[in-house]
Ligand binder design. Structure first.
Ligand code: ATP
Length: 345
């Protein structure tokens, strides 16, 4: 099922939680909504689910305007982080519930429901726990039951809000892989919310980066990591440093001095670069500063460098260098970015 989101606005009182959000989700895509707390991810998911109504704008399922359809009519499966299971029902009853309450014409037989429940339990690796009650499960197990329950109704769209938020790191990783496989097998259009960028980059076909109720960028993991379109995305995804620069005559100047980097556009702005995209150098035209910390990172080393700022607080940057590079604490180093982007100011 294809989903089209057209110019969605959502206001709470006078506060705009979503501000003109448009997004096209292809059928069968696995999409991550990624952003800091309060950026509007859950609000967007709730509008797609039909749990809330937009102030303006539309949500289309295929050609069908779902904006004013009720939750029940949308046939979406959703799992929210704190979405409770039915306490008085066993695991099997919880998972089968959505099928059991269908009108008789579309309701599978008892045996079919039982089979589907057991298949789903197997898939979420909880076989044998079908007769337990929710309070006899761990948080992670409950979350997997909630996933199985959402999938039992064979939804047109699966919406997951921080589905693995409450789980420990190892289980999280396993479930992530499992969700990807499950998605590839079933082809559900799936939208999940996360503030964990590793989860978003690893799992999703496309990542929607949100900030302050707006979409900053939509793209593959490579797009948002290698080609960030805004200072926000550059800073939010992965590690980066930035320095104020100006470009004159094709040369990038920092504090009026060339740093060995050229750029065609004559701009004033911020030069962003990632720690791994720098080269230590002896040349005069370079950035230079003092190493204030140095730590090993698997096979390489991260050096933190303070760059003097005419008596003001120094600029602080991080660079990744070979393990045995000469970056002892307190030493002076020269370096220049090998990949960078300047955002005009
Ligand atoms: P988090 O990662 O913390 O869950 P989020 O990106 O999912 O954040 P939302 O829950 O969508 O953010 O909230 C976006 C903004 O809208 C926040 O500033 C929040 O306080 C506000 N907001 C959300 N729901 C309501 C509500 N029912 N009434 C008033 N304000 C709300």
């Amino acid at each position: 099922m294809e989903v089209t989101i057209n110019h969605l606005h959502k206001e709470f009182g006078r506060f705009a939680a979503l501000d003109d959000v448009s997004l096209q989700i292809a059928s069968g895509e696995l999409i991550a909504l990624l952003g800091p707390s309060g950026s509007g991810k859950t609000t967007l998911l709730r509008l797609i689910a039909g749990l809330d109504h937009p102030t303006a704008g539309q949500v289309l399922f295929g050609q069908d305007d779902a904006s004013h359809r009720r939750v029940q009519e949308r046939n979406v499966g959703f799992v929210f982080q704190h979405y409770a299971l039915f306490r008085h029902m066993t695991v099997a009853q919880n998972i089968g519930f959505g099928l059991k309450v269908r009108p008789s014409a579309t309701r599978p037989s008892k045996a079919e429901i039982r089979k589907r429940v057991l298949d789903l339990l197997d898939m979420v690796q909880l076989s044998g726990l079908e007769d337990r009650y929710p309070n006899q499960l761990s948080g992670g197990q409950r979350q997997r039951v909630a996933l199985a329950r959402a999938m039992a109704i064979e939804p047109r769209i699966l919406l997951l809000d921080e589905p693995f938020g409450a789980l420990d790191a190892k289980v999280r990783k396993e479930l992530r892989r499992w969700l990807r496989e499950f998605h590839d097998r079933t082809g559900h259009t799936t939208v999940f919310v996360t503030h964990d960028q590793e989860e978003a980059l690893e799992l999703a076909d496309r990542v929607v980066v949100m900030s302050q109720g707006k979409i900053e960028q939509v793209g593959s993991a490579d797009d948002v990591y290698d080609r960030p379109q805004s200072p926000f995305v550059f800073s939010f995804i992965g590690e980066s440093s930035h320095l104020p620069v100006e470009v004159k005559g094709g040369t990038v100047l920092f504090q009026g001095e060339p740093i060995g980097v050229s750029e065609e556009r004559e701009v004033q702005g911020d030069l962003f670069f990632r720690p791994e995209d720098v080269l230590l150098t002896q040349e005069r035209d370079a950035l230079f500063g003092k190493v204030t910390a140095s730590r090993r990172l698997a096979g390489t080393r991260i050096a933190e460098i303070d760059i003097a700022n005419n008596g003001h607080a120094p600029f602080h940057v991080e660079v990744e260098v070979p393990l045995h590079a000469p970056v002892e604490l307190g030493s002076d180093v020269r370096f220049r970015p090998t990949r960078w982007k300047i955002f005009p100011r």
